[in-house]
Design a binder for this molecule. Structure first.
Ligand SMILES: Cc1cc2nc3c(=O)[nH]c(=O)nc-3n(C[C@H](O)[C@H](O)[C@H](O)COP(=O)(O)OP(=O)(O)OC[C@H]3O[C@@H](n4cnc5c(N)ncnc54)[C@H](O)[C@@H]3O)c2cc1C
Length: 476
C-alpha cells in the first residue's frame, strides 16, 4: 500500500509537472528497482523529469511531504548506490539527455545528466574529441551517475577519474524551492572558495541532484598501439607491467585478468586465438611515426617476460578486427554465467565485485596476497582490473540464499579490503560505498585513524539535505 505522504506528493507533482512523467505500474517499478549486483529494492513511482524546472518542483514537493528520492541514471552501480532501500520514488534522468554545447577551443561540453557516456563520445568523435572517462559500462552509464559515483574506467591510468574531468555543474537542493546552484566553474583553472563541485563528485546522490554538467574534453590521440599478451606465470605479467611503468611509459589502457578470469570470459566469444593464461591488455597513445617503434617495444618487453602469446595492433580499427578487447568486454556476463553453471539456473545470484586500489608500485604484492587469501576460502574468485592505476576487482559470484556461503563471502571481502589498507590503498577506487561497502568505509577511517571524518560527512549531509530524503541509507 502506498503511504499517505507519497500519495499526496504524487498528486501534487501530477499537477505541477504533468501526468505523463510519472509511472506507478508495478512491473515497471520492479524493472527500475534493481542493480546488476543482484540487489533489489521497492518504490512507489518512477518520475521522469524533462527539464530543470521539473526537478526543482519534484524536490520542493518531496521536501514538503518528506518523500524519499532515489536519483537514477541507468542503475548500473555495483555497491547498492542506486537501489531504493526504503519506500519512496525514483527520479530517472533518462529524458534529460541533451548535449547543450561543445566548445573545442575551451575544451568543454555542457550536457544534461542523463546522457550516456558512449552517446556523448559518438557525438564528440565528429570533432576528433573525447570525454576520456570510460567505465566498462559506458554503453549504459550516464554522466549524472558517473559524476555521483566518482567513476573511473579503462583509461584511468592516463586520465584519472570523474573528479579530474568536471569543471562545474548545476545542482538542485532538496529544500522548499528545489533551489538550483552553479558549483565550480566553466574553466579548468578556478578558485571559488571551498570546492563544492568536487564534494558532489562521488556523493552517490545523497547531497543534491545534478541537473547539468560542464565537462572537460580532450582530443582523441593520433595513434593507439594495443597489445594483448598472455602469460603462464602471473609474476612475469606483473614484472613486465612494472618494467614498462618504471621506464617512463604511461599507458593509455592497462587491463589485467588472471587465468581463471580469462578462461571464463573467453568462452563463447568469437576470437581467432587460443586464450590461455593471465592476460595483460595494454594500449599506448603515440604518433603515427612512432607507432611501429612502440609496437616493437611492447613485443620485446613481453617476450623478455616469457609471454606465451602476443598479439599487437597498430591502431584501434585493427585492435577491433583482431578482437583484442572482446575478452575484457565479456567479463561481467561471464561471471554471471559462471554463477549459473556452478549453482544451477533459477538461483538468486549476487556478483560481488571488490574495488580495491593500491599504489601501482604495490600491485604485485596486492594481487598475490588476494590470491593467497582467496585460495583459503575455496570460493569461485576471479581477479582482474585496471592495473594501470592500481585498481583491482577481485570478484565472487554466490547464491544469496545460502547463508553459509554468504558469511564466507563477507569474511573474504573484509580480508581483501584489509590487504588494500595495509598497502596504503583504499577500499573503493570507483564503484563507491552504496550499501555494500559501508562497513568498509568505517574500516578505512579506523585504519587511517580518521573516524572523525564520518562526523564531518554527516554534518555536510544534513546541511545539503536537512530532512535526509536524498538516497537515504547510502554511504554513511
Ligand atoms: C559490467 C559493469 C562494468 C562496470 N565497470 C565500471 C568501471 O570500469 N568503472 C566504474 O567506475 N564503474 C563501473 N561500473 C559501475 C557503474 O556502471 C558506473 O559507476 C556508472 O558510472 C554508473 O552510471 P549509471 O548511470 O548507471 O548510474 P546509477 O547507477 O544510476 O547511479 C549512480 C549513483 O549516482 C546517483 N545519481 C545518478 N544520477 C544522478 C543525478 N543526476 N544527480 C544526483 N545523483 C545521481 C544514484 O543515486 C547513484 O547513487 C560497472 C558496472 C557494470 C555493471
Amino acid at each position: 500500500m502506498v503511504q499517505k505522504n507519497i500519495e499526496d506528493f504524487i498528486n501534487e507533482i501530477n499537477g505541477s509537472i504533468g501526468k505523463n512523467k510519472i509511472i506507478t505500474d508495478d512491473l515497471i517499478l520492479k524493472l527500475y528497482s534493481k542493480e546488476p549486483s543482484g540487489l533489489v529494492g521497492k518504490i512507489s513511482a518512477v518520475i521522469f523529469p524533462e527539464n530543470k524546472d521539473d526537478i526543482s518542483k519534484i524536490l520542493s514537493s518531496a521536501y514538503k511531504y518528506e518523500v524519499n528520492i532515489y536519483p537514477q541514471g541507468s542503475s548500473s552501480s555495483l555497491s547498492g548506490n542506486a537501489v531504493p532501500l526504503k519506500d519512496g520514488v525514483i527520479v530517472s534522468f533518462e529524458r534529460m539527455n541533451r548535449i547543450k554545447e561543445v566548445n573545442t577551443t575551451d575544451n568543454i561540453a555542457i550536457v544534461e545528466p542523463g546522457i550516456r557516456i558512449d552517446e556523448l563520445n559518438l557525438f564528440l568523435e565528429k570533432s576528433n574529441y573525447m570525454f576520456p572517462i570510460d567505465p566498462a559500462s559506458q554503453s549504459v552509464a550516464t554522466i549524472g551517475g558517473a559524476i555521483n559515483n566518482g567513476a573511473g574506467g579503462l583509461k584511468g591510468a592516463k586520465y584519472g577519474t570523474m573528479k579530474d574531468w568536471v569543471n562545474g555543474m548545476e545542482i538542485a537542493l532538496p529544500d522548499e524551492n528545489g533551489t538550483r546552484l552553479f558549483l565550480g566553474c566553466m574553466t579548468v583553472k578556478c578558485r571559488k572558495g571551498y570546492d563544492l563541485a568536487r564534494l558532489i563528485i562521488g556523493s552517490e546522490g545523497t547531497l543534491a541532484l545534478v541537473t547539468e554538467a560542464v565537462l572537460r574534453i580532450t582530443p582523441i590521440p593520433e595513434s593507439i598501439v594495443t597489445s594483448l599478451a598472455l602469460f603462464d606465470n602471473l609474476d612475469d605479467l606483473l614484472d613486465s607491467f612494472i618494467e614498462m611503468k618504471t621506464s617512463g611509459i604511461q599507458p593509455y589502457i592497462a587491463e589485467f585478468m588472471d587465468n581463471k578470469t580469462v578462461e571464463i570470459a573467453s568462452k563463447g566469444i568469437d576470437i581467432n586465438f587460443d586464450a590461455n593464461g593471465n592476460m595483460l591488455l595494454l594500449s599506448i597513445d603515440t604518433t603515427k611515426e612512432s607507432s611501429e617503434r612502440m609496437k616493437k617495444y611492447l613485443e620485446n618487453l613481453f617476450k623478455k617476460h616469457n609471454a606465451n602469446k602476443i598479439i599487437t595492433s597498430l591502431n584501434q580499427q585493427e585492435a577491433e578486427e583482431l578482437g583484442l578487447f572482446k575478452i575484457r568486454r565479456n567479463l561481467f556476463a561471464a561471471q554471471v554465467s559462471m554463477g549459473y553453471s556452478l549453482y544451477g539456473n533459477g538461483k538468486k545470484l549476487q556478483v560481488f565485485i571488490e574495488d580495491i586500489v593500491v599504489p601501482p608500485s604495490k600491485i604485485k604484492l596486492a594481487i598475490n596476497k588476494v590470491r593467497e587469501v582467496s585460495e583459503n576460502y575455496g570460493l569461485p574468485v576471479t581477479i582482474g582490473g585496471h592495473i594501470g592505476d592500481g585498481n583491482i576487482h577481485p570478484s565472487v559470484v554466490y547464491d544469496i540464499t545460502d547463508e553459509n556461503m554468504k558469511n564466507k563471502v563477507v569474511s573474504w571481502y573484509k580480508d581483501v579490503m584489509k590487504i588494500a589498507l595495509d598497502l596504503n590503498g583504499s577500499i573503493s577506487a570507483e564503484h563507491g560505498i552504496g550499501l555494500l561497502k559501508k562497513d568498509g568505509l568505517i574500516m578505512e577511517m579506523n585504519h587511517y585513524n580518521s573516524l572523525k571524518e564520518i562526523n564531518i560527512m554527516k554534518s555536510i549531509k544534513s546541511l545539503f539535505d536537512p530532512k535526509g530524503i536524498l538516497n537515504p541509507g547510502k554511504v554513511l
